[in-house]
Ligand binder design. Structure first.
Ligand code: PLP
Length: 431
């Protein structure tokens, strides 16, 4: 198992942020999400440094869908990042965390009337307008409030990134954005003449998630900067901001070979500079919206091992006290993970091939298939790493299993930032 961020092994035990994971499991019980605060902060700073946030007025907008407790909003704010939200709930979380509303980008392919209204009332910085329906409603709210709202248009750029079909979004057959090929994008631009309360300041595209190659992003730069030039030359619209979305891939298992934040940012910036020169246009302010690459490797999940079922010559199932309710990704899109027993990190014994199963009543509730693990017993504490993105945020109460608590660790201290749901919490909404 690869050690991420501040992870280290002392006396055969795994520590994160200077705190023993065995102590965390005892104190907070399992299953438990543990976040390495230092790694999140370092990732924020790397993005800011290598995406030239200070020099070119570029922006890093954290994609809150990856993981958004209020505590995370506070870190993002303190580090000077912007925030991308996609729902009333995410917007409200940011609002309740005193996150500056002008630093919010409001996304979504079907914002409800209530969401659009709340976004306008709260004063979000930018609406990333996805379709004609939203355009009409937004204009009418802004007219009622006599307010000019900055908007980006979400473009479907026609780029097919090599990733799982559930997390690719840039191809033409997509529910997101205005397509370029069928003229929708230009129809939307033309409509703006009759929409005086909407100011098009930027364009946005998001081509998918867990992408390792830079080439699709370079293609995206070509498409987006060509658009900037066309809008200037043919529509006299100055696009000041170009948002390339998120999607930068991370390490889950040995088969993943991600680029560093530095490599990725430098390549994108380099391509943007070349393209601007080629088209003879001014460099707009550039935006990236990383979600996964800011938090995935910083998060881990601790489980207790219960039943171990050995089916001779077939498989050994090692069952844990969580599963698809706290990590849906393996069931949803066959995502891979690494694991280890946290109090037996250096055991010299031979390894066994096992399958780590969750406790839900679904045969598909398998967290890791056919992984090698050292000497394992019921009662041991197992860690799965890189569960920081789309784990807690996609958690469910299937089988009426309460959601795990979230603990942040940093410099030898641990801090509970989300409590475990209680059994009464599960019944809270029931009349
Ligand atoms: N921006 C937009 C518009 C998205 O839809 C997403 C993910 O779905 C992201 C950013 C974040 O992507 P990732 O977490 O892969 O960086």
């Amino acid at each position: 198992m690869k050690l991420h961020g501040t992870m280290e092994v002392k006396d055969n035990t795994l520590y994160i942020g200077g705190v023993s994971t065995m102590d965390l499991a005892k104190r907070y019980k399992t299953p438990l999400y543990v976040f390495d605060e230092e790694l999140i902060i370092n990732n924020c700073r790397e993005y800011k440094k290598y995406f030239k946030v200070e020099e070119n007025n570029n922006k890093i907008a954290y994609a809150g869908k990856a993981f958004l407790p209020k505590y995370m909003c506070n870190i993002i704010n303190k580090e000077g990042l912007y925030l991308d939200v996609v729902s009333l709930g995410e917007l409200y979380t940011a609002y309740k965390s005193n996150f500056p509303m002008e630093k919010i980008l409001f996304h979504g392919n079907n914002k409800t009337i209530e969401e659009i209204k709340m976004g306008v009332d709260f004063g979000v910085g930018v609406f990333v307008v996805d379709n004609f329906y939203e355009l009409d409603i937004l204009e009418s709210f802004c007219r009622d409030k006599n307010k000019i709202q900055n908007i980006y248009f979400r473009v479907t750029p026609g780029i097919d990134a090599h990733t799982h079909k559930y997390i690719k979004t840039g191809q033409i057959d997509s529910k997101f954005g205005f397509a370029l090929t069928n003229g929708d994008f230009y129809n939307a631009v033309n409509k703006l003449k009759d929409y005086p309360h909407l100011k098009l300041v930027g364009i946005h595209a998001h081509i998918g998630s867990q992408i390792f190659e830079v080439e699709p992003y370079e293609e995206e730069v070509d498409v987006m900067f060509n658009l900037v030039k066309t809008l200037k030359d043919e529509y006299d619209i100055e696009i000041k901001e170009v948002d390339f979305g998120g999607g930068i891939g991370v390490y889950y298992t040995e088969s993943d070979k991600p680029k560093t934040i530095k490599e990725f940012c430098e390549k994108i910036i380099d391509k943007c500079e070349k393209k601007c020169k080629e088209l003879k246009i001014n460099m707009p302010s550039l935006i990236l919206e990383p979600g996964r690459s800011l938090v995935a490797n910083a998060g881990s999940t601790l489980y207790s091992i219960g039943s171990i079922k050995d089916i001779k010559d077939v498989r050994t199932y090692v069952s844990v006290d969580g599963g698809m309710t706290d990590n849906i990704r393996p069931s949803l899109y066959q995502a891979g993970y690494e694991c280890a027993v946290v109090n037996k990190m250096n055991n010299p014994k031979t390894s066994h091939k096992v399958t780590i199963a969750g406790k839900c009543c679904e045969s598909g509730d398998i967290l890791i298939s056919n992984t090698s693990i050292l000497d394992i017993e019921s009662g041991d504490v197992l860690i799965t790493t890189s569960t920081g993105a789309y784990g807690y945020s996609m958690a469910s109460n299937y089988n009426k299993i309460p959601k795990n608590p979230v603990v942040f660790v940093n410099k030898g201290e641990d801090k509970l930032v989300c409590k475990r749901q209680s059994l009464d919490d599960l019944l809270y909404l029931e009349l």
